[in-house]
Design a protein. Structure first.
Length: 327
């Protein structure tokens, strides 16, 4: 749909993935409209809400949200739950404005901070990405904070890229960055890793993350583990390198043991004793081999899924204001 806006207003796209967030959708939209209206010069906001196969009636609420003169909505419904990263990718591919922001609908990342990041990005011509740097994280368990910290420090060490432990997907980007990002053809997208990998000039913006205002987190332990797995295998060959050096070490140890056994047999009258030891060693090495095959299988599995060429997501329905159609 063709929309008109004042030439004095700067257009921004805001991408918001949504999965079973019916309790907070209207709060999110109303807060966005209020903050934008309170600005001396509001933005012309194109809000791209991507419903990631919600089953709690979220889509019905999204369909009925009314636009206003400064905030228009592109409502996208996926055919099923493809995952947060896939829904985010869908929104990024549909964005068109010079400035693009990413924020979840749960409002843990404040909308006011998003607008501050837009202003900072526009004011600094050298900067191409402004990302949220969490100074505090209310409402999150100690276990989650520790595991997230360990994972991102581990990723930074293994990949050589700047995986800041306090970064998520909350950021604003200029059009060249988004264009470069969506040209990546990964099936298992890991956006918070791809943006640092792209390069460009990136600036942190400190903020305090709020506790979720409504509903419960949909990011289960299984989803977090899958995200961690995709991130690690997509950005690092360290597991394969570790297996190689482990294999070299085991072969060296085995050769030493063989030489010792032969020398003992040739120059002494004593056989090398230790059937129990041999059983333990064989069992241990069998376990190592199985673990190695498991790591190799993870990489082969990702290659297999990538080679099939399936889309990251499938759109079922799009509503862009006045028009509505199914895909």
């Amino acid at each position: 749909m063709k929309r008109t806006r004042s030439k004095d207003l700067v257009a921004v796209d805001i991408v918001s993935p949504c999965f079973n967030e019916r309790e907070g959708i209207l709060d999110f939209f109303n807060e966005l409209v209020a903050i934008n209206a309170s600005r001396e010069v509001p933005f012309f906001v194109n809000l791209i809400i991507v419903d990631d196969g919600s089953t709690d009636g979220s889509w019905e609420i999204i369909k009925n949200i009314k636009e206003n003169s400064h905030v228009v909505i592109e409502k996208v419904r996926l055919s099923r739950n493809f995952g947060h990263q896939a829904a985010l990718w869908c929104g990024l591919e549909r964005s068109r404005s010079e400035f693009v922001g990413v924020i979840d609908i749960d409002l843990q990342d404040p909308l006011l901070v998003l607008f501050e990041m837009f202003d900072e990005l526009r004011a600094n011509g050298e900067v191409e990405v402004v990302y949220g740097d969490r100074l505090s994280r209310e409402g999150e368990t100690y276990a989650k904070l520790v595991t997230a910290s360990v994972f991102y420090k581990f990723m930074k060490k293994l990949s050589g890229h700047n995986f800041n432990v306090q970064k998520g997907d909350f950021r604003v980007m200029k059009r060249p960055v988004v264009n470069a990002l969506v040209r990546v053809k990964d099936y298992h997208v890991f956006t918070r890793g791809l943006v640092p990998w792209l390069g460009f000039n990136q600036l942190p913006h400190g903020y305090h993350r709020r506790e979720r205002l409504s509903g419960n987190s949909k990011f289960t332990i299984n989803k977090m583990l899958m995200l961690a797995r995709n991130g690690l295998l997509s950005f690092s060959l360290a597991p394969l390198n570790a297996l190689f050096f482990l294999g070299v070490s085991v072969v060296s140890l085995s050769l030493s043991f063989v030489i010792y056994a032969l020398l003992s047999r040739l120059f002494t009258d004593v056989w090398v004793p230790g059937w129990t030891l041999m059983f333990i060693v064989n069992t241990m090495f069998s376990g190592l081999i199985m673990a190695a095959l498991g790591v190799l299988g993870q990489y082969v599995g990702m290659i297999f899924e990538q080679s099939k060429g399936r889309p990251v997501y499938i759109v079922k329905e799009i509503i862009d204001g006045s028009s509505e159609h199914s895909v």
